[in-house]
Design a protein around this ligand. Sequence first.
Ligand code: PRP
Length: 220
Amino acid sequence: MASLTLALPKGRLLGPAVSLLKHLGYDASALGNGSRKLILDDATGALRYVLAKPDDVPVYVEYGVADLGIVGQDVLREREPDVYEPLTLGFGRCRLVLAAPRARSQVNLRLEPVLRIATKYPRLTSAYFQQRGMAVEIIRLSGSVELAPATGLANLLVDVVDTGRTLRENGLVEVETLLRSEATLIANRAAFKLRMTEIGLLVRDMERATRERADGGPRG
Ligand code: PRP
């Protein structure tokens, strides 16, 4: 039987994802370990890993290049890919927030003449302001969004906050939370049906490991 392909995200979710796999008896530690390898076969022969940018993980899964993927809900809600989301994984918890320079955090946004929001999440940001009937200009950036208010490119930003350190060190404060996120297992719709037994076993194992971790049980 061919191995299942699992797309893993580069960046902050990779470490905990690799540790979850290790806990289940797989080993993806060679990925991202200073190595430039982007495809790796697990020694058990059950899994093949592909390493992608977090934003691209749902693309590989939706198109069926990968049967499964691990990605944050922030990316899923922004892209709304046509995939199954069988399991949340309990790690990579963070929030998508609207943030402002500390000096302007008390300002009534509805009275601001121009609202320019820098973000990697244009759809979620646009939906948030539309729901409030506020016209805004969204400036799409691909990283280090905190730079935008500091340089005058935008007066607000919408970005992911984990420890809050990046906001703090750049003189920014949270105004509101738009979304809570955690790492999620996603599955290609066709693969989920055609390879139901193997995927079902992996989902069950991941669910058990996630529960054990939440209960303070064994950690990988
Ligand atoms: C994310 C996010 C913030 C930072 C928040 O960026 O975009 O910049 O982490 O984390 P903190 O609250 O713990 O400081 P990431 O490091 O993924 O890189 P990027 O800015 O290039 O997207």
